[in-house]
Every structure is written in C-alpha cells, then in structure tokens.
Ligand binder design. Structure first.
Ligand SMILES: [Zn+2]
Length: 278
C-alpha cells in the first residue's frame, strides 16, 4: 500500500490540476460501495440470485413476489447495516466545501445520504424505502423488515438453509413465506427501486441532468458504465465538452471519452483527490 502511494499521488496531481477551480458533478456506481461490504453484483438488500427479476415477473404472480421478497430480505439482513466508506465521505466533504455540486448515483444502498451528501440523485431509487403499489404509501425498509421477521419467525435460521448453492432462494423456503403488506390498505409492496424492465422516471433523470449542468466537470467513481443511465450522463457531459475523470478498478464503456482514467480503488483515490483539491 505504502509503496503505491507516491505513484498514486503522481497520477492524481494532473487530475487535481484539471479539476482545480471547477465544480465537480459525481456519477457513482456499485464499485464505490464494495468497500462498505456490499458486493457489486447484488447491491444492498437485493437478492443474491444471478438473474435479476424483471418488474413484469414481479408483478405477474404472488409466487414471484415471495421469491423476490425472501431473497431481498436476506440481502437486507446482511447489508442493511452497511456504513459509508472513505469514498462516500470524500464526496460529501467536497460538496460541503463547494467543490462538488452533488452526486448522481446508480446505487440503491442509500450510502451517499448516510455519508452526509446533500444533493443526491438516486437514479435507480433506494432499497431503504418501500412503496405500496396500491395506495402509494411509503415505508422505511427497516419497518418492512421487522414486519417480515414478525410474520415469518421460521426465518431465524442461517441463510444457507434458505438458499440453494447457486444463491437463489430454495423453492421450499418460498412456499411458506408470508409477504409484507401495506399497513394502510393491505396492498402489495415493492422496494422503491427501478427493476429490470422498468424505466428511470423522466423527472428523476431531468433532476440528474440539472445537477450535471450545475457543474463543470464529471467524475465517475466505481461504475463500469454498463447500465445505460450512466452512458446517458456521460453523453451529456461530452456534448458540453466537460472534462471527464473515471475512477474504476476495471475498464469502462466510456474510457475512450475520458480525459483521465484511474484504475484504483475509489476509497483510496477519492480521499487523496479531496486532499489535493482542498
Ligand atoms: Zn397501501
């Protein structure tokens, strides 16, 4: 670690020069939260299955909802208490110093808000809120998790009992699962996240565009930009000729358009960058 620090600083100095005097809009993805213990392939509170459930499947049957909610609840039980890491905190600190205008995130874990960022656009929604599909009432995820534990006392066993080796919930676990319901109208509930097969609400994307417009540089942190929402933000930054800095362990779909790419951990790079800029 120590031997790599001088080279990291050498790498970051031109980046700091590029960003000096500019107000940064951040775009973040799953890679930012891996150091908070949230595996990139699942996200906070989502099911540990390999194939994500589409909204059509979810809405199509109570059996699918039981499968989704059981898997999602097990994920939440493991990752719901995750804390922000130095990457989240560096972004919040840059915003409070007026060096950043805010953050557009593809993450649904709520960790930017937990870190103290004020202006946050959660493009794909948040696992921390649950909505009633009938009356629209919002609930905190913790309240819904408590309802699930209360209606399903048999869940008090290790995850391995409930999950098949491939990470999917066992059909026999799903059969007896009692779904959480809206305590106002008894309607069905869904986490306030954009499912596969759903679109980001247009007004939310417009809010993200407005955030980007209020900045004059874009820093992408922890996203491989495989999701189209990220590419759409990059395209808008390109059209305005903004400097684009990408910090991601893996190559991304937008590396060709970046002014600089840094292949290193966001929880190391962002605090170092914050220090150089302050
Ligand atoms: Zn309701």
């Amino acid at each position: 670690m120590n031997s790599s620090m001088p080279s990291l600083h050498a790498q970051l100095e031109p980046v700091a020069e590029l960003l000096a005097g500019r107000r940064i809009a951040f775009l973040t993805g799953a890679g930012l939260s891996t150091d908070s213990g949230i595996p990139a392939y699942r996200g906070a509170g989502s099911a540990p299955r390999r194939t994500p459930m589409t909204v059509q499947t979810f809405l199509g049957s109570e059996d699918a909802q039981r499968r989704y909610w059981l898997g999602s609840h097990l994920g939440w039980r493991s990752f719901g208490a995750a804390d922000p890491n130095p990457g989240h905190r560096a972004i919040a600190a840059l915003e409070s110093d007026a060096r950043a205008v805010g953050v557009i995130t593809q993450n649904v874990d709520g960790l930017h808000l937990a870190a103290g960022s004020a202006r946050v656009v959660e493009l794909h929604g948040t696992m921390r809120t649950v909505l009633c599909l009938r009356c629209g009432q919002a609930f905190s995820r913790d309240a819904v998790a408590a309802q699930i534990e209360h209606s399903n006392p048999w869940l008090d066993v290790p995850d391995e009992v409930l999950l098949a080796p491939d990470g999917d919930v066992r059909p026999e676990s799903t059969a007896g699962f009692v779904l959480p319901i809206c305590t106002v109208c008894r309607g069905p509930l869904k986490p306030d996240v954009v499912f596969f097969g759903e679109f980001i609400p247009a007004d939310r994307f417009a809010t993200a565009e407005a955030l980007l417009r209020s900045g004059d540089a874009l820093v992408v942190a922890g996203s491989s930009l495989v999701v189209n929402s990220g590419i759409r933000i990059i395209e808008r930054a390109r059209r305005r000729g903004l400097p684009i800095v990408i910090v991601n362990l893996e190559p991304t779909r937008a590396d060709a358009w970046a002014s600089v790419t840094i292949a290193a951990s966001t929880s190391v790079v962002l605090p170092a960058l914050q220090e150089l800029l302050s």
